[in-house]
Each structure stands twice: as structure tokens, then as C-alpha cells.
Design a protein around this ligand. Structure first.
Ligand SMILES: NC(=O)c1ccc[n+]([C@@H]2O[C@H](COP(=O)([O-])OP(=O)(O)OC[C@H]3O[C@@H](n4cnc5c(N)ncnc54)[C@H](OP(=O)(O)O)[C@@H]3O)[C@@H](O)[C@H]2O)c1
Length: 275
């Protein structure tokens, strides 16, 4: 199979490369390939891909809040370009989206058909990507994930460990709640999903729900830093450009109906530290 992977140097893109290494891969990432260039469409369509994975995005949520125009340019217009490649070639496309498309005011986990209502520019631009892809691509998987982490990425576990080692004490919010996604588990699930031809919208995180505070405490415990004090704070005490949804765990109902589930996040975290 010929597979295009956008954002191939990122956390999800790198893991996809490993899982699909026996296939013919077209790796699209900056600076060589820029999904926002309109000529990308003809260039990639000429490759006649059998499958397109599209995780490339502007993922720095605070940078998106500071420059919403750029966020839309990469996350919506860039996705439109990749969707046009899928439309012209008939290739199925997997668009990786986010739990942040929800506003975080729910009292139970969001399901795949829950109404979206993004509350920050990153999330709005990712939802615009979902919408344009849905208009253009017939064979589309939208896969929402949350709090992605993989070895080598600049993710929450890496930041917590860096901060613990630097300051010896941490303040972490208790009122941002979701479910972590261990990227190697995600790509195993994606590998199964793309064989189903059940196109639609999916929620794929590890199972279990936690706050950023709970996640940080477990990261420190599993990395042998359990004695580092973690002071619980609320988001009012934490100044940042973007506003994350407060309660945004996403529930896997539809992939589970196809037999695709992911293990508890604590077990995945143990692999992150042992791999
Ligand atoms: N990380 C999370 O916690 C999280 C949570 C929910 C959803 N998601 C979604 O999951 C997907 C993958 O996330 P990730 O953690 O793998 O992100 P990542 O590590 O930041 O990787 C994204 C990759 O896309 C590249 N990219 C950015 N703009 C591009 C462009 N114009 N053309 C081509 N490539 C471009 C980035 O390059 P540069 O690094 O040079 O910019 C980077 O290599 C994203 O769509 C994100 O919205 C992520």
C-alpha cells in the first residue's frame, strides 16, 4: 500500500511510520512539505495514495491563541488541501482531531455525536478541519484524541519531569480533566480501524479519566520522583494564552463496537517509562 503521512516527524506521525514501515510511505512534514501550499494537492494526488493519515497540525495551543489566523491556515486550510488529495484520488483519509472540540461544561464524558463547541482558537481551527474534511472526503475517519504522549515528544509527562527536576516542586491544575492517549496504543488502534471501512467519527484515548494533577502525580510516582511535592491549583491560578475545556474526557463507543479498545492510561504510562 502507498500511504501518505503528514506531520511525519511529530509524535503521531513518527509512530505511524513505525507501525506501517512495511508499506510504501510518503512522509510529509516541514520544511520539505508544507500542507498549506496549494500545489501540495496536485503533488500528492499524482502519487495515487491508497491511504492518507493526516495528523499534521499547529499543535501549540497557546501559539494558536496568539495567532488564530495561522492556526486556521495550518489546521483548516492545510486539512482542506489534504482532503482534496483524498477527494481526487478516492483514498480513505484519517484526520486526527482533538477532545478540545468540546467546551468542557459537560458532567459526563463526551460521546462521538455530542455537540461540539470549541472555546479556543486551536480547537476552533481543528473543528474547521473536521468540517471541511467531512464535506470533501467520502471515505473519512475523524479520530479525536486527548493529551497525547510518546517517548521523545514535548508532551505533558516530559514537561512534568523537566519541571520536577528543575524546581523540586510543582503546581498543577485539578480542574482540567480528560484521558491521556499513549501514542503507540493509538497507532495500534488506528491500524485496526483502517481495515474496517467503517468510516466515521471515533474517540480513541486510553481508558480512565484523570485531572492534570492526577496525571502529574502518577508520572512522578512511576518515574521514581514520588517524593516531589505537587501542589493542587485551579486554572484561575495558572496564566496561559489558551483556555482549555475543563471537563473533556471523550468516550470510546464506536471503535469499541468494532472491537477496538485501549488499555488504562496508567498501564500505558508504565510502558512509556519502560520502553
Ligand atoms: N499532542 C496532543 O496532546 C494532542 C491532543 C489532541 C489532539 N492532537 C492532534 O493530534 C495530531 C498529532 O499531534 P502530535 O502530538 O503528533 O503533534 P506534533 O508532535 O506537534 O506533530 C505535528 C507535526 O506536524 C508538523 N506540521 C505543522 N505544520 C505543518 C505544515 N504546514 N505542513 C506539514 N507539516 C506540518 C509539525 O512540524 P513543526 O513541529 O515543525 O511545526 C509536526 O512535525 C494533531 O492533529 C493534533 O491536533 C494532539
Amino acid at each position: 500500500m502507498k500511504i501518505i503521512i503528514t506531520g511525519a516527524k511529530g509524535q503521531v506521525g513518527s509512530a505511524l511510520q513505525r507501525v506501517f514501515r512495511e508499506h510504501s510511505l510518503i512522509l510529509a512534514d516541514l520544511p520539505e512539505f508544507d500542507i498549506t501550499r496549494p500545489e501540495t494537492v496536485a503533488q500528492f494526488a499524482a502519487e495515487k495514495p491508497d491511504l492518507i493519515f493526516h495528523p499534521a497540525a499547529m499543535t501549540n495551543v497557546d501559539a494558536c491563541a496568539r495567532d488564530p489566523h495561522l492556526a486556521y491556515h495550518v489546521n483548516a486550510f492545510g486539512t482542506q488541501n489534504m482532503a482534496l488529495v483524498a477527494q481526487r484520488t478516492g483514498a480513505p483519509m484519517v484526520y486526527i482531531s482533538t477532545n478540545e472540540v468540546f467546551d468542557g461544561t459537560a458532567s459526563e464524558p463526551y460521546h462521538e455525536f455530542s455537540p461540539t463547541n470549541p472555546i479556543n482558537p486551536y480547537a476552533a481551527s481543528k473543528l474547521a478541519g473536521e468540517q471541511i474534511a467531512a464535506r470533501l472526503v467520502q471515505k473519512l475517519y475523524i479520530v479525536r484524541i486527548a493529551w497525547a504522549f510518546a517517548k521523545g515528544g514535548n508532551n505533558f509527562p516530559a514537561k512534568i519531569i523537566r519541571a520536577a527536576d528543575k524546581y523540586g516542586e510543582l503546581k498543577v491544575v485539578t480542574d482540567e480533566i480528560s484521558s491521556p492517549t499513549y501514542v503507540p496504543d493509538l497507532v495500534d488502534a488506528l491500524k485496526k480501524l483502517v481495515t474496517t471501512d467503517h468510516f466515521g467519527t471515533y474517540h480513541l484515548t486510553n481508558s480512565g479519566i484523570c485531572s492534570r494533577y492526577d496525571f502529574a502525580v502518577e508520572i512522578l510516582r512511576q518515574s521514581g520522583r514520588g517524593s516531589v511535592p505537587v501542589i493542587p491549583i485551579t486554572s484561575e491560578g495558572f496564566n496561559r494564552a489558551s483556555t482549555p475545556p475543563k471537563y473533556a474526557p471523550i468516550q470510546n463507543n464506536l471503535a469499541a463496537a468494532l472491537g477496538i479498545t485501549m488499555r488504562p492510561w496508567q498501564e500505558a504510562l508504565a510502558d512509556y517509562f519502560s520502553d
